[in-house]
Design a protein around this ligand. Structure first.
Ligand SMILES: [Zn+2]
Length: 141
């Protein structure tokens, strides 16, 4: 496990060069690159995003979350696994030290990985909006 300061952690996040909700981390078990935006797409409740990011793999939401039927109709692959950091899963790749405390966290993704996910999520958003607009057109016609 790598141990870094909060400053170093923030520097790595900034180096990704993406908007805050697209800052990406990697699940230590399945390696899925994920951000708050991708967690939201997977079905993570909005008010849980800050707590889940870097701690709970996207698969926890995409594989068992209430949004699964929604995802299935879109024919999008489900990503991630059921991994979550915690006492029973002490396999974090990263520990962030701040004010004498150490916090386990998923590793920060590389700028390339973060930007690649950012592009995919942005594209998905556009596709979903187009599909929703089509669906609305059909129901009102
Ligand atoms: Zn995972």
């Amino acid at each position: 496990m790598e141990t870094i300061t909060l400053q170093e952690f923030q520097d790595r996040c900034r180096a990704q060069g993406v908007p805050r909700e697209h800052i990406a981390f990697k699940c230590p078990r399945c390696g899925t690159v994920q951000s708050m935006a991708s967690l939201a797409e997977a079905g993570c409740p909005r008010d849980n995003l800050e707590k889940a990011i870097g701690f709970t793999c996207e698969g926890v939401f995409s594989n068992i979350g209430g949004f699964r039927p929604f995802r299935a109709t879109r024919e999008l692959p489900l990503r991630g696994c059921d991994y979550s950091l915690g006492p029973r899963h002490a396999h974090a790749d990263l520990a962030v030290v701040h004010l004498g405390h150490s916090y386990e966290h998923f590793a920060v993704a590389t700028p390339e990985e973060a930007q690649s996910l950012y592009r995919v999520i942005s594209l998905l958003g556009e596709l979903f909006e187009a599909a929703d607009a089509d669906a609305e057109g059909e129901t009102s016609a």
